[in-house]
Write a protein that binds this ligand. Structure first.
Ligand SMILES: Nc1ncnc2c1ncn2[C@@H]1O[C@H](COP(=O)(O)OP(=O)(O)O)[C@@H](O)[C@H]1O
Ligand SMILES: [Mg+2]
Length: 253
């Protein structure tokens, strides 16, 4: 009989397994044994708690997840079996380790309300959460707002149809009041409907959506996700307009 003994390596792997804290962050270089430590940690938990043990491991993509399932599958050989239908390891003790991925923000909703005794994020740094993405988008929109105002000042003295078109665009994206004589383009697409928002308003909406979500990283509510999507849908065309205007202004001499 070929018996293999599985045990943690001394150092961070052993410290991770032994740690009794509710939240443990384990970093380090590729190949350092982090994924292996997760698989072993759950196995020990499964042996201790039997069918009460219910874990979830999350990775960024389905491909990344396969890598974990391979690693864990080798380790568990004989003690747990991976069930493709249901995406979980079933241990002989009755414990279950679900394996999932968070490729898109909306995937997080799949795990809302799960009752788990262990939750692992393998390669947490790859999981850009929706709230952090929104936050950076808000910063970018606000930077664009400031740049657009500066550009409006530098272009103020220029004349001609090309300059006027740019002034009108800038006044719509970041009103400065400088362009009193220029046809303001805000809301023109609505054909007299509500004015399109400014870059500043878009930035504020993104920030508000990010803040609302901060306490719910893993499972934002449907309302929070909808608000985030609306804020992004509003900001994206404005940012595209800003990039286009900036390019036009750069060639205007
Ligand atoms: N405690 C251990 N005992 C034996 N081999 C181990 C142990 N920990 C890690 N390894 C080996 O090191 C390799 C890399 O570990 P892994 O957990 O994939 O690293 P990381 O996730 O940090 O990149 C594993 O495939 C395994 O072969
Ligand atoms: Mg790994």
């Amino acid at each position: 009989m070929n018996i293999q003994i599985v045990k943690p390596q001394p150092g961070p792997q052993a410290a991770f397994i032994q740690c009794t804290a509710d939240v443990v962050c384990y970093g380090g270089a590729r190949g350092g044994g982090k994924s292996w430590a997760i698989a072993l940690d759950f196995w020990l938990h499964a042996e201790r708690h039997g069918e009460d043990a219910r874990g979830l491991i999350l990775r960024k993509t389905r491909e990344d997840l396969k890598d974990f399932i391979d690693t864990a599958g080798h380790m568990y050989a004989g003690s747990a079996r991976y069930l493709e239908k249901g995406n979980f390891f079933r241990f002989t003790s009755g414990a279950k380790l679900y394996c999932g991925y968070l490729e898109r923000e909306a995937d997080a909703a799949n795990y809302q309300g799960w009752s788990l005794t262990r939750l692992y994020f393998d390669e947490l740094t790859q999981l850009t959460t929706l709230s952090s993405t929104l936050y950076w988008e808000a910063v970018a929109a606000h930077r664009a707002f400031n740049e657009a105002k500066e550009l409006a000042k530098t272009i103020d003295g220029k004349a001609g149809a090309g300059a006027d078109a740019i002034k009108g665009e800038l006044e719509a994206l970041a009103p400065t009041g400088l362009q009193r004589n220029v046809r303001v383009l805000r809301g023109r697409r609505g054909g007299g409907g509500p004015a399109t928002p400014t870059l500043e308003a878009a930035s504020n909406a993104l920030q508000a959506a990010a803040m609302a979500m901060q306490g719910a990283e893993v499972a934002p509510t449907a309302t929070q996700v909808a608000a985030a999507n609306a804020a992004r849908a509003q900001a994206q065309p404005l940012m595209a307009r800003w990039v286009a205007v900036k390019a036009k202004a750069a060639v205007l001499k």
